[in-house]
Design a protein around this ligand. Structure first.
Ligand code: AMP
Length: 283
């Protein structure tokens, strides 16, 4: 397995892979790798011949009060895991490499796809992600890029960005990787105390309960969602959002109708840890 820290190194390595006829898949991450990330690498292997993983904690997607400084950084273990998963190249740029030192004149704005879910709660978050992913796509120039359903809004925004900015990249979405008790795997789960960790799976349980009720015929889920939020608050969660959104437009939906696809998404704090999860379904 190779590593690259500079743009010229990663470009040379990807070029060599492509020249030898290999289809290159790219898995961007912020490191602190877990089974969820590795499922993306496994999916990448199914569709490509060579895998590039990037590990970069992107300061542009953290608000000043968020956890940029304390975000888990486990580079040695990450490299071991990548090696085990037969990753070809790990790109590990620093911030000077990614952003340079000069004054910036450009930013990426995102319209309606950014008004709800995490976009509504975390100001500047998806602008920071769109910026770094756009740059990474231009640097790596992969044939395929793999993202996780765990961050469905991120996937949808990048899907739209690829279309509107004409990136010649095929996107794949991997299902949410979960612990045995249902909790969505996340680098931030290490922040949870033992007690918090034991109640964290209630989030996924709430989602599956709501999904079941919808499958049983509920078409206006507002009260059902309110009730689940109250139950979670009683168990110690501080809710941010729990709603059903159109899978395509990411706008909240109050009246579900047959033949449409939806994402049921939740974000809640447990102590200081922000957890997110979602289920995608069609009725
Ligand atoms: P991150 O390192 O959190 O920026 O995540 C990097 C990529 O891994 C993103 O595409 C995430 O959606 C994906 N990812 C993170 N956690 C999971 C998970 N539990 N299941 C599937 N994909 C995940």
């Amino acid at each position: 397995m190779k590593t690259a820290e500079t743009i010229s190194e990663i470009r040379a390595q990807v070029r060599a892979l492509k020249k030898s006829g290999k289809k290159v898949a790219f898995v961007p991450t912020m490191g602190a790798l877990h089974g969820g990330h590795l499922s993306l690498v496994k999916m990448a292997h199914e569709f490509a011949d060579a895998i590039v993983v990037s590990i970069y904690v992107n300061p542009e997607q953290f608000a000043p009060h968020e956890d940029f400084g304390t975000y888990p950084r486990t580079i040695e273990a990450d490299l071991e895991l990548c090696k085990k998963e037969n990753v070809d190249v790990v790109f590990m740029p620093d911030t000077e490499t990614m952003y340079g030192l000069d004054k910036k004149y450009f930013s990426i704005e995102i319209e309606e796809l950014n008004t709800h879910l995490d976009g509504g709660s975390r100001s500047g978050y998806f602008q920071g992600i769109a910026l770094v992913v756009n740059k990474l796509f231009n640097i790596v120039e992969p044939d395929i890029a793999v993202f996780g359903q765990k961050d469905y809004q991120q996937y949808r925004i990048i899907e739209q960005m690829v279309k509107e900015f004409n990136h010649d990249i095929e996107l794949l979405m991997a299902p949410v990787g979960r612990a045995d008790d249902g909790l969505a795997l996340s680098s931030r789960n290490v922040y949870l105390s033992k007690e918090e960790r034991s109640i964290a799976p209630k989030l996924y349980q709430a989602l599956t309960y709501v999904e079941q009720q919808i499958k049983n015929g509920v078409k206006q889920p507002k009260l059902l969602l309110q009730h689940q939020q109250e139950e979670l608050e009683a168990k110690g969660f501080k809710n941010d959002y729990l709603s059903v959104y159109s899978l395509d437009t990411l706008q909240p939906v109050e009246q579900l109708s047959p033949g449409n696809k939806y994402v049921l998404a939740i974000a809640a704090y447990l102590g200081k840890t922000r957890l997110i999860d979602n289920l995608i379904f069609e009725i």
